[in-house]
Ligand binder design. Structure first.
Ligand code: APR
Length: 179
């Protein structure tokens, strides 16, 4: 599914984020930037060891929840990896929506700072961190919608959803925003 926004567009695809040919791909990291399973494991596996060496050297104190930091992308077919730290879902009353929104917002700002024309996001926090996919889709797409309306940049914001369930959840929210 593609929704156009003047010079920009939001794309939803099903697939593997490590295979995306874009300027920046976003990692769903932890605040220690220590690596892990899910998207994080897949990204580090494909990128190779330079990714961890770089995060250790540049960000020895990690990255706070709700923010993101940039590295190069090793062997991935991208220029940058933005390591975003989403919140662990704890029922929704612990500031999770704000923290998730701010993780997405920081990545979109990093894409401007690094002159990226295209960025690919996974559904941050919706795996190990347990964030309900429908609510995560509302936040992810809401932030992106507002950002593109204001900045008309980057040209492509792609959400790479892992399977039909997450894709459907994002598609329902994007359809309602585009109405
Ligand atoms: N491409 C795209 N999406 C993927 C991929 C992939 N290769 N692998 C998993 N996903 C999806 C999951 O299905 C889920 O919807 O990405 C979403 C995020 O899941 P996680 O990777 O578990 O990320 P998160 O919930 O943010 O948890 C972060 O997991 O592995 C650790 O180090 C990581 O501690 C951190 C935590």
């Amino acid at each position: 599914m593609i929704v156009h926004f003047g010079a920009s567009r939001i794309e939803l695809v099903q697939g593997d984020i490590t295979q995306q040919r874009v300027d920046a791909i976003v990692n769903a990291a932890n605040s220690g930037l220590l690596g892990g399973g899910g998207v994080d494991g897949a990204i580090h596996r494909v990128a190779g060891p330079t990714l961890m060496q770089e995060t250790r050297m540049l960000y020895p104190d990690g990255c706070p929840t709700g923010s993101a930091v940039a590295t190069t992308a090793g062997r991935l077919p991208a220029k940058y990896v933005f390591h975003a730290v989403g919140p662990v879902w704890a029922g929704g009353e612990k500031g999770e929506p704000k923290l998730l929104a701010s993780a997405y917002q920081t990545c979109l700002e990093l894409s401007l700072d690094h002159h990226c024309q295209s960025i690919a996001f996974p559904a941050i926090s919706t795996g190990v961190y347990g964030y309900p996919i429908d609510l995560a889709a509302e936040t992810a797409l809401g932030v992106t919608w507002k950002f593109l309306k204001q900045k008309q940049h980057p040209e492509v914001v792609r959400f790479v959803l892992f399977g039909p369930g997450p894709y459907g959840a994002f598609a329902r929210v994007l359809e309602s925003l585009a109405e």
